[in-house]
Design a protein around this ligand. Structure first.
Ligand code: TK8
Length: 335
């Protein structure tokens, strides 16, 4: 009798951890999670982290399956697949959401944030959350912001240390009017293209240059097809983790909780990982033969001035309030 009680107690203890997950309302699910960058990138590592974390939380019931290298499509194609319910999750640049919620273009106005700390506070605070919530009525759930990073310029034509050096450079930008206006105002010739077509466009010299954070310049091997890197940090670029609203609405409260918690954990992991990687990336790119120009503060101030029309146009086209709100929020976190 005593033995029987003991073994029951032992059996209960052994299944304790698993039964916590079993007691919760999780159904076995495969979550197709698409992203644009390489598996070995800050984006790929964080998607993997999310998948592992979610599996642990749910006793392996919720299985996120990563699809990297835009194998499920470009950012905008994946957004549409999420809206239609043909794909469950993705991560991509907020900049590519402007076709769905125009206000997302506000993050792309140049020289808003001075550092990552300011960006974290604004994105995770009421401003970032309110903007993300606007996606719901369009069929998307914005879960968390990850760091893409401060964007820098590369090209094959010449070193760019001042605005005039950009003259006539055919520059790939994201499919977003703020970038097109900004780089045209600097004198470049902006060509909007999806990221998934970028490497080939650089390799075939369809475009001369592009702009992205140093981590992406490294993980996408742009150093193989680009000679000059300019540290411009013209925009702090967020990524956003999205879920299909159609799919999300069919999940249980426990499943929502597990996904939200895994998303928050992945955000913390991703930001730390990205920041560590970006410290090493410039040296790596130099070793690969890139020539690095540091653009002076005076030059950056000239670019900021020159980009004013991009602000004005964004404001005139319905973005005046959201610019004001964002600037007020940045001023608040700066204090
Ligand atoms: C990846 C893109 C990328 C972005 C771009 O899908 O397109 O230049 O910076 O991170 O979202």
């Amino acid at each position: 009798m005593k033995f029987l009680v003991k073994s029951i107690v032992l059996a209960l203890a052994m299944t304790g951890a698993a039964s916590a997950a079993q007691a919760a309302d999780y159904k076995p699910r495969i979550i197709r999670f698409g992203y644009g960058l390489a598996e070995d990138s800050n984006q790929g590592r964080a998607v993997k982290f999310f998948a592992d974390d979610l599996a642990k939380r749910t006793g392996n019931k919720l299985k996120a399956r990563p699809f990297g290298n835009a194998s499920l499509g470009s950012d905008t194609q994946m957004q549409n697949a999420l809206i239609g319910g043909a794909q469950e999750m993705m991560v991509g640049s907020t900049a590519t959401l402007v076709g769905i919620v125009k206000d997302f273009g506000v993050y792309d106005l140049p020289f808003l944030f001075n550092n990552e700390k300011e960006a974290d506070a604004v994105l995770d605070g009421p401003f970032g959350q309110k903007l993300a919530a606007k996606l719901q009525e369009k069929g998307l759930v914005g879960l968390v912001y990850w760091e893409n990073g401060f964007r820098n310029l590369t090209n094959t034509k010449r070193p760019v240390a001042k605005m005039e050096d950009m003259q006539g450079i055919k520059l790939r930008v994201m499919q977003n009017p703020v970038y097109i206006d900004m780089f045209n105002s600097f004198g470049a010739n902006a060509v909007p293209l999806p990221f998934s077509e970028l490497f080939t466009a650089l390799e075939t010299k369809t475009v001369d240059g592009q702009e992205n954070p140093v981590n992406t310049i490294q993980s996408s091997k742009f150093y193989e097809v680009q000679k000059y890197l300019s540290i411009t940090k013209h925009v702090y670029s967020p990524w956003i983790v999205l879920a299909s609203k159609k799919w999300w609405d069919g999940l249980s409260a426990d499943e929502h909780k597990a996904i939200n918690e895994a998303a928050a954990a992945s955000r913390d992991f991703e930001r730390k990982d990205s920041r560590e990687a970006s410290v090493k990336a410039i040296d790596f790119l130099k070793e690969k033969g890139m020539q690095v120009s540091v653009v002076s503060d005076t030059e950056l101030a000239r670019m900021r001035e020159k980009a004013k029309p991009a602000f004005d146009k964004f404001a005139a086209e319905g973005g005046a309030d959201v610019i004001k709100e964002l600037q007020a929020e940045i001023a608040k976190v700066r204090k």
